[in-house]
Design a binder for this molecule. Structure first.
Ligand SMILES: [Cu+2]
Length: 475
């Protein structure tokens, strides 16, 4: 009997893996929760992009950008059924724009490159939240410099809540048992500035991973169960994340799964999110680690090293409380099962190669795809490169992975808006768009390795009424 108890405890505590700890650990910063100003069912937010400096590494102040602060931004909280009115001030010295990654909204609010606004100006997008609870995020999207602006710190999390998910008994006390884990990276110059040298192949791939903006973070849990909202906000780096103990995935990019799925690791490409539940044994110490990409992500050795696919990092130390009640069993069902997938209205082929899609570079004056219906489409996305990874993000949409040919995706269940496309693989996506017809403004689809996007690996789609012609710019 005693042996059985010990075995269970050992599994919970991760005793099988050696305990790791940082030599210069600092408390994990929790970005402020910004609930905006609620007026009936309208929620108003004010965001200011600004410059400042921040102690990213212990003892060194680094010049940075952030929203409503020096570095990164607050976590925006909103609920399904609400109207959002946003005021975004550009307080930095370059034109920029903010994209609400994962949100379904009109193109005029989406924050694509055509909506870039100048220093000193204010942009006021508004939309209705009509999508399930999810972890999303916001980041800049100006033409050709999205990576640089994100790298300087213009990024933050978004929590979308709804009544159904609130009722599940999942951890939802922000900063206590419901924790944003925003993973980015940096490289530093000798004087502690962000090194903005853009490599012609690897862009701004950083060698120093950060969680919520700092190196060597440690979270002292006060509860035995944590919900971690993992956001891969890195500009180029893929992360295969593990904790040394099994954990449960409860949500992918766009919503809760139909049921929790137990895994040992989860791969997140740039832009992807997952919510996981981690149950802690009393007194346990865990390390969230980036462990290298399984099978090198299908890359040859040299390319895998270049893209950092063989790198391993300790990201976040988690200390469990010394005691506390055992967590209750997780709910068996999380969200209603996915409804039957209707046949797609249209099929498209998108071939990713180098910095281009279908042999074309991004052109803000060209419409690549017209969506003139509210139905689903099947997009077959192929990575034609054998030595480059890519991934794929569609704005104002959610998709399910219908089929994967000649490659493996670590976690394909659930609804996504961003997904890895391994070398020489074709991933078929059953896509549902937000239906907000507007012939004058485009949404983007692109590789979310932001250097690839900035180099032109992006296209535009316009959502219109049946039979309507797009006319970008309103002409
Ligand atoms: Cu790419």
């Amino acid at each position: 009997m005693k042996g059985a108890v010990l075995t269970a405890a050992a599994v919970l505590a991760g005793c099988a893996a050696p305990t790791r700890s940082f030599d210069q650990a600092r408390a994990l910063p929790i970005p402020p929760l910004d609930e905006g100003e609620l007026d009936g069912t309208t929620r108003r937010f004010e965001l200011t992009a600004q410059s400042g400096e921040y102690e990213i590494q212990p003892g060194t102040m680094t010049p940075t950008w952030g929203f409503n602060g020096a570095w990164l931004g607050p976590t925006l909280y909103m609920r399904r059924g609400e109207r959002i009115e946003m005021r975004v001030h550009n307080g930095v010295d370059e034109p920029t724009v903010v994209h609400w990654h994962g949100l379904h909204l009109p193109a005029a609010a989406d924050g694509g490159p055509a909506l870039t606004f100048d220093p000193g100006e204010t942009w006021e997008p508004a939309w209705d939240v009509d999508q399930p609870a999810a972890t999303c995020w916001y980041h800049p999207h100006p033409h050709e410099v999205s990576a640089l602006h994100a790298y300087r710190g213009l990024a933050g999390g978004i929590v979308i809540a709804d009544d159904e998910s609130d009722a599940l008994g999942l951890p939802q006390e922000y900063g206590v048992d419901d924790i944003p884990v925003i993973i980015t990276d940096a490289k530093f110059t000798a004087d502690g500035h962000l090194d903005e040298t853009i490599d012609p192949t690897y862009g701004l791939l950083g060698d120093t991973p950060l969680v919520n903006g700092i190196t060597q973070p440690r979270f002292e849990a006060t509860t035995r169960r944590l919900r971690l909202r993992l956001v891969n906000g890195a500009t180029m780096r893929f992360h295969n994340l593990s904790l040394g103990v099994p954990f449960h995935v409860i949500a992918t990019d766009q919503s809760l799964l139909s049921a929790p799925v137990e895994v040992d690791e989860i791969l997140l490409s740039p832009g992807e999110r997952a919510e996981i539940i981690v149950d802690l044994a009393p007194g346990a110490q865990l390390m969230l680690r980036s462990t290298g990409i399984p099978r090198r992500g299908g890359l040859p050795k040299e390319a895998a090293q270049g893209f950092g696919f063989e790198d391993t990092f300790d990201l976040l130390e988690i200390a469990a409380p010394a005691d506390g009640a055992d967590p209750a069993p997780l709910p068996e069902g999380l969200s209603a099962a996915v409804d039957t997938l209707d046949g797609p209205v249209a099929e498209r082929e998108l071939r990713l190669n180098g910095f281009q899609i279908n042999e074309q570079s991004m052109d803000m004056h060209r419409v690549d795809i017209v969506v003139d219906h509210a139905g689903r489409e099947l997009w077959h996305v192929t990575n034609e490169n054998d030595d480059w990874p890519h991934n794929f993000h569609i704005h104002n949409a959610r998709f399910q992975v219908a089929e994967v040919k000649d490659g493996a995706i670590a976690f394909a269940d659930g609804w996504h808006d961003t997904i890895s496309i391994p070398p020489l693989a074709t991933v078929s996506l059953l896509v549902e768009f937000g239906y907000y017809p507007d012939p004058t403004l485009a949404y983007m689809f692109h590789c979310h390795m932001l250097f690839h996007e900035d180099q032109g690996m992006m296209g535009q789609f316009v959502v219109v009424e049946p039979g309507q012609e797009p006319r970008l710019g309103g002409h």
